[in-house]
Design a protein around this ligand. Structure first.
Ligand code: PLP
Length: 399
């Protein structure tokens, strides 16, 4: 694929107010108008370039949004205070009472809980399906369906969505394809592959410092305007706005995203290959043994590899807990939720980040207690990490 997301980010040029090499941070919640009429026009969305109030938009948030839109190849993007603050307004904007969503059943636990437990309060229902089966997805579509929702690389089982085929299906049925690309920034570009809207939790790889939560919706100007509409825009009215100081800091971290993603992927690939050779059943899209390895290769921006996430099953929660505690004691990473940090993070999602998903449903989707999800860090010497991890695995009886 010839799409160059990091080039697109780098081609943007910003100047600070005093010629600074970083854009000035807009440290205001509200903005003055020289003429009362312009304020009125701004309220009505007819005053290009004017700012009204920072819950609506701010220069710093627009700068970050511009970089995210450049990365995903969309017209524009809206920055939010968290990934959930991007996901929930998007779905509420697209759906009315009585509407229906077809969602992948392997998605982030919070997104799952929103669709299963919260959206029905507003009469929005969801069918959860195996995203790797195009037949099952199509069979779940009914006359009220408005949205197909999935993650490019699913959390935590690392199933890969066939975005070009899902896009064709969405177009056939006049649906909006919304894709959460949190696990695979730069590596996969869903809108370029045919999706309508891309969502990110900036909390993860994009910010990369585990020092903030943040989110973004990338899409058409028309859709982003609808989210920000003062009368009926879900982002404007529900109010999950990111603070300007923080968006300026996320934008600075985006400058190194391409370097970090390459290293995350290189390290995850290294460990996956080594442990697979040692006899562990690894789940990593870069391995030939991954069921959607070939599919991933048809979609990815190859220079960023297959991403920094991997998983494997150690048989039971007890062994998973022992291994994770031992690895943390040996300073191989942190027993923590989240992902995309410089240091490796690991958790057992069945009891952690996916605990919102009922146990019987976890079982159906193949999410067992002993599964450990890893976000592989930026370790400089990954062979040393492998040797140390291997010792831990031997000590708890996994190897
Ligand atoms: N999407 C995915 C794939 C996630 O893993 C997460 C969080 O773990 C979210 C969305 C939610 O993002 P946030 O925690 O920034 O609200």
């Amino acid at each position: 694929m010839s799409f160059k997301p990091a080039n697109n980010i780098q081609d943007l040029q910003y100047f600070g107010e005093f010629g600074g090499v970083n854009p000035s941070i807009s440290d205001s919640s509200t903005y003055t108008f020289l003429h009362a009429k312009t304020m009125m026009d701004t309220f009505e969305g007819n005053a290009e370039g004017c700012y009204l109030y920072s819950r609506h938009s701010s220069p710093s948030n627009l700068n970050l949004g511009e970089a995210l839109a450049a990365m995903e190849g969309t017209e524009t993007a809206n920055v939010a205070a968290s990934g959930m603050g991007a996901i929930t307004p998007t779905l509420m904007q697209l759906c009315n009472t009585g509407d229906h969503i077809v969602s992948s059943r392997t998605i982030y636990g919070g997104s799952y809980a929103f669709l299963k437990n919260f959206a029905p309060k507003f009469g929005i229902t969801t069918s959860f399906v195996d995203i790797t089966s195009l037949e099952k997805i199509e069979a779940a579509i009914n006359k009220n369906t408005k949205v197909i929702y999935c993650e490019t690389v699913s959390n935590p089982l690392l199933e890969i969505a066939n975005i070009p085929e899902l896009s064709k299906m969405a177009k056939r049925h006049n649906l909006t394809l919304v894709v959460d690309n949190t696990f695979s920034p730069l590596s996969l570009s869903p809108v370029i592959l045919g999706a309508d809207i891309v969502i990110h939790s900036l909390t993860k790889f994009i910010n990369g410092s585990s020092d903030t939560v943040g989110g973004a919706v990338c899409g058409t100007q028309e859709f982003i305007n609808s989210l920000r509409n003062v009368n009926d825009g879900a982002s404007m009215l529900l109010g999950p706005v990111m603070d300007s100081l923080r968006s300026a800091s996320v934008l600075k971290n985006m400058r190194t995203l391409h370097i970090r993603m390459k290293k995350h992927s290189e390290n995850a690939m290294y460990l996956s290959e080594k442990f697979e050779k040692d006899g562990i059943r690894m789940i990593y899209p870069g391995l030939k043994s991954h069921p959607q390895h070939e599919l991933y290769k048809t979609m990815y921006n190859a220079e960023y590899g297959f991403g920094g996430m991997l998983a494997f099953d150690v048989g039971s929660l007890k062994v998973a807990d022992d291994l994770m505690e031992l690895m943390q004691n040996r300073n191989l990473g942190y027993l923590a939720v989240s992902l995309g940090f410089y240091k490796t993070l690991f958790n057992a999602p069945g009891t952690g980040t996916s605990s919102e998903i009922p146990l019987d449903e976890q079982e159906k989707m193949g999410l067992s207690d002993g599964l450990i999800r890893f976000s592989i860090g930026l370790d400089n010497d990954i062979e040393r990490t492998y040797q140390e991890m291997k010792k831990c695995m031997q000590e708890v009886g996994v190897l």
